[in-house]
Structure formats: C-alpha cells, structure tokens
Ligand binder design. Sequence first.
Ligand SMILES: [Zn+2]
Length: 240
Amino acid sequence: MIKLLKFQEHQDLLKSAEDFLNDLENPQINESNDDSDIHSILTKIADKLKLNKNIIDEFSELTKILNPLVEKLLKNSGQKIDLDVENLILLTFTACCISYLDESGNSAGDEKSTCGNCQGKGCGDCSGSGYFSSIITKEVARNLLEELKLSGIGNGIVKKLVANLHKLKDFISKLVKKEINFFDLTNHQSIVSSIETSIDKNKLGLDNFVSGISSLQAGIKGILSTNPDRLDGLEMINEQ
Ligand SMILES: [Zn+2]
C-alpha cells in the first residue's frame, strides 16, 4: 500500500503512525460521559420506543466506549450535523445495534437466525435448536432509524457510521492479532482512545475515516517491519 507514495506523503504516514503508537504506549483514557448518564439516556430511549430493557443492558457498555469517537467523527464531517447529547447517544446506540446484526449474519433482523455453526441442524452452540434468537430485530432497527430521522439524522449517515465501525473493529483485530467481535471492543478502550486522538490529529470524519485508518495501518506496518517487537510488551495489545 505504501508503493508510489511520494516521499513526503510517506513521511507523513509514518509520522501519524508513530504518533498513534506513542499514544498506545502512553495511554490516556479520554473522559467520556459517565456510565449512569449513558445508561439513563438509553433507558429513556427504551421507554419511549418500547424496547426490551435487555437490549440496553447488552449494548450500554459498547455505546459508552464508542460515543466519544462517534462525536468526533461527526464534528469532522463538515456536514451540518448538530446533535444534542441524547441524539448522539441514540445514533451511537443504533449504529452499534446495526453493526451487531451485520456481524451475526442477520442484517435483515430476523427474530430467529440460523446457527452459523451447524447451519440449522442443531449443535451445542445453539442448544440443539439450530437457531439463535436475535436481541435486535427488524422492528427494533426500524424504530431506531425512524427516531433518528425525526431528529434529522438520515439512514445515509447511519450507514457510513456502521461502515466506519466495521473498519474500526477490523483495525483493532489486526492490531491485537486476533479476530474480535463488536462487544470485545469494550476490552480495548485504550486502543479506541488512541484512535480518537488520531481522528483529531488527522481530521477524520465519516467520509475519510476508512481511508485514514487504512493509511494508519500501512504506516504501522511500515514501522513494525523495521521494529517487529515494538508492541510486544504492550499489555493492552494482549488485554482481554
Ligand atoms: Zn448450532
């Protein structure tokens, strides 16, 4: 990926990757809204949309971790998206729910999704039933998207955000050298915080986050190729 880059661009790439690795090595957890804030706002949303409270319990930690990152992406997007705290949390929560559906191979939001392990035959993973009940259904996703629309946030923005979250997960998977799922992101808060710093420094928004993170990946690869042990001692790379 580094091929054909001009010298200066190459230097910039390495510089921002170097900054990122420095942040990782000297972690500072960015302060975000406290748990009770996020949880009480999500509970309010659940009451309003008549959502099952289990969904809130399931997703509030993930929403909390990703909310500051989503806020920064919006701020850098150059679009007129001005959200109050509640709508921002609603947007982050919705993007988490939809990303989760994609990840579980149930983008349509079917209430019962076929067990990927046994293809419906029944196995230990699915307690012999051949399917899983999805915590997020088509109806839940539709209600959330509808509510966002009323606040001026269209599906296009949600789609971009979901694509960005997939890229984020992919990036962290490569960094920790292990396939992680969305809920695992809550174990990697310090990496998410370093990415937030990178979002600030490189002015990444909804439209250039994916390419920005790809550049960061290329830069890190370049640095690690000359110093392969660089991240070995980092606890957060191995944190669980
Ligand atoms: Zn099964």
